[in-house]
Design a protein around this ligand. Sequence first.
Ligand SMILES: *[C@@H]1O[C@H](CO)[C@@H](O)[C@H](O)[C@H]1NC(C)=O
Ligand SMILES: *[C@@H]1O[C@H](CO)[C@@H](O)[C@H](O)[C@H]1NC(C)=O
Ligand SMILES: *[C@@H]1O[C@H](CO)[C@@H](O)[C@H](O)[C@H]1NC(C)=O
Length: 384
Amino acid sequence: MQPRVSSIEDGKDSTARCQSRIFPFNLLKFFAIFLVLGLGFSILSMYMTRYFTVQNVVPVTRTGFQLCLHEPNNIDRWIKPPSSLMHSMNDEELFWRASLVPHVKKYPFRRVPKVAFMFLTRGPLPLYPIWEKFLDGHEGLYSIYVHSLPSYRPTFSPTSKFYQRQIPSQVTEWGRMSMCDAERRLLANALLDISNEWFVLLSESCIPFYNFSIIYNYLRRSRQSFVGAFDDPGPHGRGRYNANMAPEVNITQWRKGAQWFAVNRKLGVNIVEDTKYYPKFKEFCRPACYVDEHYFPTMVSIESPHLIANRSITWVDWSRGGAHPATFGKADITEAFFTKVLEGGHTCLYNNQPSSLCFLFGRKFAPSALEPLLQFAPKFLGFG
Ligand SMILES: *[C@@H]1O[C@H](CO)[C@@H](O)[C@H](O)[C@H]1NC(C)=O
Ligand SMILES: *[C@@H]1O[C@H](CO)[C@@H](O)[C@H](O)[C@H]1NC(C)=O
Ligand SMILES: *[C@@H]1O[C@H](CO)[C@@H](O)[C@H](O)[C@H]1NC(C)=O
């Protein structure tokens, strides 16, 4: 029995020995085939990438090897704005990225400064045809950013200047910190384009009051940014101050102003990078303290009072009284309206000199105002 057993065991052994000799050989063959296939596939995809680079079809998830061929490796890499405004950065990541500032002040390329028009909206932009007319012929001197409710799906045609200009958005509530978050999000996304130099916050009810050249030059020649900021001693001003904000903010530093700002790049970065004032306003300025009327005006007035003109360049009509400014509809848009608003004897300081050109934009215009606005634009607004 034993030899048999042993012979069986021998047989087992020899099979095992045989298998162990065949196995590495198979494995080697397998790897060789795998290698050849892999190499073939890589070469194929290299050619594919070369042919298809223009269409930007290579998804980010492919190997870094292919991305290297795809990504510009010259200075364009740092100055070209992202081809798509969509990204998956959260606010913390976005604000960090947007706060990166070059310390060599001379740009080693021809930088044409642009105006970033940043629309803070709930959804549709009913007055967009006015903006399209206003911007026509000034390509390369502006960019558009739109923050709307995240659920809103815009329907702009591919030929529109507003096509795919939506930024990753979140739900916002008037008078709450989520409103300032949205404004900072607009700024931060616009800061990602190194050519943007002026950042104008607008709502869906805003229109431009002058042609593009006048507005562009007004911003370009201004030594200051336009942030409305004043010290209101009453209940709707200092009355909203909370002593818990000290020592970062004391009551003499408390400011009020409408949220519609136009700031330069330096101030834009200051607003996005703030971590000193933000927590104080978030915690201690809640309705009836409307944080969007106080946070930026107060912070900027403390940090860089010499950089702002303390006034907004967005006109609004409070003359009717009440808690809300007037909204202008179809029936309001007449020749007399333009004469009154545009030549209304405004006075302000521009670069510390008295000026009658104080308001470049106006609100609030209802959707029904679109038709007469388009009709009067060539005569009164200088475009269209
Ligand atoms: C803009 O308006 C000003 C003043 O009305 C005019 O002199 C200028 O030619 C206009 N610019 C354009 C590009 O239409
Ligand atoms: C508030 O700040 C100003 C300027 O720094 C200072 O003069 C004033 O004494 C401070 N007031 C209080 C109540 O701390
Ligand atoms: C704006 O107000 C600040 C005080 O908050 C002041 O220091 C500054 O000079 C004012 N700027 C202009 C242009 O009036």
